[in-house]
Design a protein. Sequence first.
Lengths: 422, 196
Amino acid sequence: MQPLSTACEVQGAWSDSAGPQWATLRMERGAKEKNHQLYKPYTNGIIAKDPTSLEEEIKEIRRSGSSKALDNTLEFELSDIFYFCRKGVETIMDDEVTKRFSAEELESWNLLSRTNYNFQYISLRLTVLWGLGVLIRYCFLLPLRIALAFTGISLLVVGTTVVGYLPNGRFKEFLSKHVHLMCYRICVRALTAIITYHDRKNRPRNGGICVANHTSPIDVIILASDGYYAMVGQVHGGLMGVIQRAMVKACPHVWFERSEVKDRHLVAKRLTEHVQDKSKLPILIFPEGTCINNTSVMMFKKGSFEIGATVYPVAIKYDPQFGDAFWNSSKYGMVTYLLRMMTSWAIVCSVWYLPPMTREAEEDAVQFANRVKSAIARQGGLVDLLWDGGLKREKVKDTFKEEQQKLYSKMIVGNHEDRSRS
Amino acid sequence: MGSRSSHAARIPDVDSIRRETGFSQASLLRLYHRFRALDWNEKGYLSRVDLQQIGALAVNPLGDRIIDSFFPDGSLHLDFPGFVRVLARFRPVDDEDNRNRDPKEPEPLNSRMNKLRFAFQLYDLDRDGKISRQEMLQVLRLMVGVQVTEEQLESIADRTVQEADEDGDGAVSFLEFAKSLEKMNIEQKMSIRILK
């Protein structure tokens, strides 16, 4: 293990001395000390909205158009349509869900051209700085990181395969744990991820389920480098498949075949079996089911909350100033995404381990899931949304529409009843 | 986000769109990025399905009618100029617009009359220039769902058409519609302000 820790130290030492002073100072100062203030949720939309209710707005509209006395409020006005019309067009211009699937906008530029949204050419000095940044990122940081990544992944595969040959017992578990941890820590260095863990006393224990909000595949590496988890996921082909097969030799992870994923009962059964065996590791699950851009938390799928195990919520919040970690899977493949990660300044994030939660007697799985989701959103400073992250691919249910219709009907028919009474 | 350039030069025909709609360069850029975000499989145009996928629009009782207004004359593809042309109706009315306007030029897209026309065609399902009693009933049904009985709805529709109808043809024409709403502050109620 000696040469590897030296390699890590070398990279650490390099960034401490040879790298641009301002970059490291800023990274360390900003990331380590003022974690909370850094993470302001960027929830401003692109249009100005008034947060009034359906009833208030329609009354406003009627009041402004009619000179008749209001005590005899009319049932229906031609102008009522303006409310629905404007609300509808507002959502076409800007809605809460679609914008969660593209990278968060920064308030000030961080010298990465990929986040250059609306900033125009300002000065020669800035361009020179940017050019210097490109040189540093691509010529110094990138090769170092790629080397580390290769080391980490090959060690993981080789190490876990070797450990797999040992007879089951405490020694095997001990070795397996340390091989996993070491390799994940190398990978963390490969991305220059500066992670601050909070409340480590609440870390997940055996027989529990760890749930976290999902922004990118890097979430796995970040959590697994600080704890020993059983992974859950689909079996992939290629390099991922090789890694998966090797890992499962050393300790029991839960990998599903593609066909099995659709069968919810099978999934629930396997997870329940795993959780009930106290010698097995806590499961790591991302209940959103898809990557969101780290400004909000979307609906949690209830499957993991039906099992009845203790849930250990974890909130992960990335600081977008140093590198945007969101994986837009429709835009980039895995390799392109990893290269982008390795050519950012750094990945700075905070991980909060929240106190464990269990399902209460009167709650059903959905309510429990929402409670956990709110806790995670509150801790991470994220917007708590009720929408389903899968909405970008599926249609929404009609029950929401019916609620609006009910509200409006009460306005026009409720008045009718009043009049017939008087 | 990708390597999306911030330059407005990427928008085709940006100058003619600016003239036609009156949007500022910054607003157009925002709307262009919005168009690209909605066009998630990068076809270069929007279809009905793309707009239907907006959750908050799908739960709007008039969601389908609003989507219809983006696809006039049965067209199936919505390009960026078409997208912006409809949204331009909702641009807040600037006093500057009225002062600098050349009276010979066509009416700006966000004028009071054009805003009213947009609302009118939400009611006028068959686009014949009149809101018949039947059309009124259908739109009312969309807004209330199953919560109101047929008789109640019919009486509401009858009363509304009667009140607005001046020439007695049993339908509400655009001018009658505009007249019944003449006191309404349309400019404010049908405007959406884009933040820079």
